[in-house]
Design a protein. Structure first.
Lengths: 381, 265
């Protein structure tokens, strides 16, 4: 067994942590208030290679492993869930589908800009009538005169409407197969006529991540924009979600760590009844529990990432990590606000934002219930 | 332009949890709970060296005196754009003062044919602020201390700006080869990219022990020092100090009172 990060990963963690502390943390609260997408910080992160970590160098990426990727998502997530999810969704949902299922030509055309962070990518699976039941997709894509004609609506799509969004890959019904729906993935460039991006949602948290409803009305793209095999869409998105779950798990670890750090420092400095509140076991035990959960969540996440790096199956471990880490993050955020008392309810204190940012972790990329469904099935139940 | 930049690994004092405790010998501090970083001024020196290299070509060699654990700061400098590295490491180097430290650095750089040698102007741990200029003396080279800006005039000369009291900038011309000690704030130290970090792990760090330096045992460490560190102590709380206790509301009110009483506000 080897629990240590290697030298490269250790240095990388140190670098990302320093970057997060100096270049993001001081602005995170103010940014959150604006609700705007932080293009400047995004560009700085791109310069460091953070937007194409697991993409090979031949496609403009860093050629890093998933452990390294998890480290980056965690360290950015420790100070800003918005920037972390934007980077993670771009990588796992925006870029990986093209890397995993694209033709060489598609990779050259789309992946290089994405991996270098000059462009952002999105993946549109969720629909108003197809959430957890993603296979219930109603969006259709009909082949006519060498073009796909797309009609339908997608909702809650991350990174889909920024100034630098290059495309959204969507799942659509392309026909019938053996009595069932034939689902395929199709790549839609931003700005294609008939592809409308609704104004941003007013979200509880993740204020600086970009989320929109998308509608397609007789939207036409060339036949060559099919990503992967026709009819292979369902299998493909299950694979994409596995990778996405490592990202959400890592972000959850970062957010929980942020809650722990803030709580410990507040518990040491806040004096009530003549002593720091952390001297009360009612407070210190909350911190101890948080520490345990952060550590376990990180181990579970890195294990899933490590399995992915070995080229081994990791569906089970990714579901375990995502489920445990996201719920741990929610518990940590809840405790952190409690430890801060009334101040925790005020935006001047980061835990207030962490609390709002935490809830979605139990929902996106498969709800906690969906993770439990995945794991129950693996138990033969 | 071939540049040397000297870097030191120091305890991270920006970390609020860093508490300094004197160890049992009385001549050291307990380092077990420290995290370590590159000395702040050295970080600016590294950036200046890499900026010069990017503009004018050449190579940057990173030089450090430290244990294997110091590879961390060396590799980070390599990841940002350094090309080669030398680490001076021997237990006989312990307790080197300014002179002995400069001698060690001299042994590492004297035969390299370097045009420019840079170091931070001050280390945040021992605070000597003299190693760079002593090194210049030993090498018989001109130097400028507390440098904030560096411009290349031609392949023989540099124009360097020294920031003085009150923000006054003193511009000097200096001939190469020379030694500059760099102060903080003159540039914006970059972050290493992932690619840089990956490439750094392939670069060699040449390790020099006492034998490799060509120095005698009595020229290094305590034996080679003219100033010997005798003992650390924590200042005693003086009679005149008053520690205010209580919650921030009470203590700040009391503080305001005292300031007013003494006519300070
Ligand atoms: C900010 C944000 C960003 C997002 N980004 C993206 C994106 O980039 N791309 C994308 O495709 N989607 C994205 N989503 C969508 C997200 O993945 C879905 O919201 C999520 O999968 C749940 O779907 P739903 O909202 O339709 O909930 P529903 O599926 O309607 O679920 C409602 C509740 O019922 C539970 N439930 C459903 N079925 C079962 C069952 N069989 N057993 C037990 N409980 C069940 C659920 O767990 C949940 O608690 C995003 C969502 C948000 C809020």
């Amino acid at each position: 067994m080897e629990f240590d990060l290697n030298e490269e990963q250790t240095m990388f963690r140190q670098m990302v942590r320093e970057f997060a502390d100096k270049e993001i943390a001081p602005y995170a609260e103010e940014l959150d208030g604006t609700g705007e997408f932080p293009y400047e910080i995004q560009a700085k992160m791109a310069d460091l290679g953070l937007y194409g970590l697991p993409i090979p160098e031949e496609y403009g990426g860093a050629g890093a492993d998933f452990v390294t990727y998890s480290i980056a998502v965690e360290e950015i997530g420790r100070v800003s869930a918005s920037l972390s999810i934007s980077m993670a969704a771009h990588t796992s949902l925006g870029s990986m589908p093209i890397y995993l299922f694209g033709t060489e030509e598609q990779k050259q055309r789309w992946l290089v800009d994405l991996a270098q962070g000059r462009k952002l990518g999105a993946f549109g699976l969720t629909e108003p009538e197809a959430g957890s039941d993603a296979g219930a997709t109603r969006t259709t894509a009909r082949l006519a005169a060498g073009e796909w004609v797309i009609n339908g609506t997608k909702c809650f799509i991350t990174n889909s409407g920024t100034d630098i969004t290059s495309h959204v890959t969507i799942t659509a019904v392309t026909g019938e197969h053996g009595g069932g729906k034939e689902i395929s993935n199709i790549l839609i460039p931003a700005g294609t006529p008939g592809f409308d991006v609704a104004p941003s949602y007013r979200k509880m948290g993740w204020h600086n991540s970009d989320t929109h409803e998308l509608s397609f009305t007789d939207c036409r793209v060339p036949e060559g924009h099919l990503l992967g095999e026709r009819g292979g869409g369902f299998k493909a998105f299950l694979k994409i979600l596995d990778c996405g779950r490592i990202g959400v798990a890592a972000l959850s670890v970062g957010l929980a760590q942020g809650c722990l750090d803030e709580s410990v420092s507040y518990a040491k400095s806040r004096i009530q009844f003549g002593q720091p509140i952390g001297r009360n076991q009612g407070i210190s035990f909350k911190c101890a529990d948080m520490l345990v959960e952060v550590e376990l969540a990180r181990l579970a996440t890195l294990k899933a990432a490590w399995l992915a790096d070995q080229g081994r199956p990791y569906t089970r471990e990714a579901a375990i990590a995502k489920l445990f880490a996201s719920e741990a993050a929610m518990r940590a955020a809840n405790s952190a606000v409690q430890i801060h008392g009334g101040y925790g309810y005020i935006e001047d204190y980061p835990v207030c934002r962490y609390f709002r940012d935490a809830k979605i972790l139990e929902i996106g990329e498969g709800t906690s219930e969906v993770q439990r469904i995945v794991l129950s099935r693996m138990l033969g139940l | 332009m071939n540049i040397v930049v000297c870097v030191k690994q120091v305890p991270d004092t920006s970390d609020p949890d860093t508490e300094v405790h004197i160890d049992g010998t009385g001549r050291g501090v307990d380092q077990s709970k420290f995290s370590f970083v590159i000395n702040d001024a050295d970080n600016y020196a590294v950036e200046e060296a890499i900026l010069l290299k990017e503009k004018h070509g050449g190579e940057v060699t990173v030089v450090n005196i430290g244990p294997e654990a110091a590879n961390q700061v060396i590799r980070m400098a390599l990841a940002k754009g350094g090309d080669a590295a030398i680490r001076l490491d021997d237990e006989k180097f312990a307790f080197s003062d300014v002179l002995a430290t400069a001698r060690l650095l001299q042994s590492a750089v004297k035969d390299g044919g370097f045009d420019l040698i840079m170091a931070g102007c001050l280390a945040s741990d021992d605070g000597y602020g003299a190693v760079g200029v002593t090194l210049a003396q030993l090498l018989g080279l001109p130097h400028a201390a507390m440098v904030k800006t560096v411009e290349v005039i031609d392949d023989k000369k540099l124009k360097v700006g020294r920031e003085l009291e009150g923000g006054l900038l003193e511009m000097n011309e200096i001939e190469m080869p020379c030694v500059l000690t760099i102060q903080t704030g003159g540039n914006e130290p970059r972050y290493a990219s992932f690619k840089g970090i990956r490439e750094a792990s392939k670069k060699e760090i040449k390790v020099m022990d006492l034998g490799a330096t060509g120095l005698a045992e009595d020229q290094v460490g305590e034996a080679g020092s003219c100033a010997i560190m005798a003992q650390y102590s924590v200042p005693e709380v003086g009679e005149l100090a008053e520690i205010l206790e209580g919650d921030p509301g009470t203590t700040s009110a009391r503080l305001a009172e005292i300031l007013k009483e003494k006519g300070l506000v």
